[in-house]
Design a protein around this ligand. Structure first.
Ligand SMILES: Nc1ncnc2c1ncn2[C@@H]1O[C@H](COP(=O)(O)OP(=O)(O)OP(=O)(O)O)[C@@H](O)[C@H]1O
Ligand SMILES: [Mg+2]
Length: 348
């Protein structure tokens, strides 16, 4: 870590949200860019010649996956067990994000990286080893905390960040949250996709489905709640596209992650200072890509009625909120703390 003055001219503050499915970068110059968290290397010399590149990132890598050794290096929001390929992939991803950020060579770069709440301790060293090479200083923060910070939701708020690998919970009470204020569940967006794939394969054995296909169905039509909806999609049957109704399976798959979310909300709020519980119940914020499921606010409001009535609201920009919050955090961080946070004892 380098002790740099935050007042220096070419200082760039960068927030990075390293996500299981998408990685996002936001900088103090106002950019917010994202890339799907895939990295691929050509399988052989034919692939190399066809692609004309040594490494492909994001949707480009996904599109050419048959010609690549493909890595989706973040599983359940954490670095997969540290295989060399995955850590190489994270390095490529971060380098690519920094390129997208517009930070220039020679700039002093201060980075905050958001990771899932409970994985923070495991991830911190791996992230420092990987991202530290690009930064003059680096802090690692929990994802829902950075979302809360960016929204200015610093007091009496419960943030629920529904990502691909994890659902992260964090109660904000006017200070840096501690372990008791945070939880992670590993049944999130990817889990919905796996459920949907199984259900559709079972209901339509004559059709072929892939995880990618069903994820697209979910992102376009996903819903929860009482409504019975017809959702028509086209799928290949014996090489011919045929329309089928996936409404029933889609609803079951999307709702499959909700019971543990409800249980965790109840557990977190009831463990908090009783005098503040009501304020938190009235201030629950849904973030992350999964918060875009149609009917989610109503479903959760309804499910919580047996406990106490709660108020949910979805944030407007689930894609950029984590990275922007992380960027604001590292921008506002007092200089002496920024340096202190660069060591192993850093608080969350
Ligand atoms: N419109 C939508 N409706 C439902 N789900 C969606 C929608 N758009 C994206 N998603 C899902 O949201 C998840 C991605 O959200 P997000 O980008 O917040 O996750 P991530 O940061 O990559 O994952 P994590 O935080 O777990 O590491 C994926 O499962 C994706 O399929
Ligand atoms: Mg995320």
């Amino acid at each position: 870590m380098v002790a740099t003055s935050k007042k220096s001219k070419n200082v760039c503050f960068v927030g990075i949200d390293l996500g299981t499915s998408r990685s996002v970068v936001s900088t103090s110059n106002g950019t917010c860019e994202w890339v799907e968290s895939y990295v691929g290397w050509p399988k052989d010399f034919v692939a190399r010649k066809m692609l004309g590149k040594n490494v492909l990132i994001g949707s480009e890598a996904l599109e050419h996956r048959h010609s690549l050794h493909l890595s989706r290096p973040l599983a359940n929001g954490v670095f997969k067990d540290g295989t060399e390929q995955d850590s190489k992939a994270v390095k490529e991803l971060v380098a690519h994000l920094l390129e997208l950020s517009g930070a220039e060579e020679g700039d002093q770069i201060h980075i905050a990286v958001g990771v899932p709440a409970e994985a923070l301790k495991i991830n911190k060293k791996a992230i420092k080893d990987t991202v530290g090479a690009y930064a003059d200083s680096l802090i690692v923060v929990s994802e829902p905390f950075s979302v809360a910070y960016g929204l200015g939701a610093l007091d009496n708020t419960l943030i629920i960040d529904i990502g691909a690998g994890t659902v992260d919970f964090c109660i904000m009470h006017g200070t840096v949250p501690n372990d008791e204020d945070q939880r992670s569940l590993t049944t999130a967006g990817d889990y919905i996709d796996e459920q949907l794939l199984d259900l559709l394969q079972e209901a339509h054995p004559e059709s072929k489905f892939s995880l990618n296909m069903v994820r697209n169905f979910k992102e376009e039509h996903g819903f929860v709640g009482n409504a019975k909806k017809k959702v028509m999609v086209k799928v290949p049957v014996d090489g011919k596209f045929t329309s089928i109704n996936i409404g029933n399976e889609l609803k079951i798959a999307c709702e499959s992650i909700l019971p543990p979310i409800v249980e965790t909300i109840i557990g977190l709020i009831s463990g908090f200072d009783p005098e503040f519980q009501e304020r938190i119940r009235q201030n629950i914020i849904l973030a992350g890509g999964g918060s875009q499921l149609e009917g989610l606010e109503e479903y959760l409001t309804d499910a919580m009625k047996n406990f106490e009535s709660c108020k949910f609201r979805c944030i407007e920009d689930p894609l950029c909120a984590g990275a922007m919050g992380a960027m604001e955090l590292v921008t506002d961080m007092p200089e002496e703390l920024l340096e202190a946070l660069g060591n192993e004892e850093s608080p969350r």
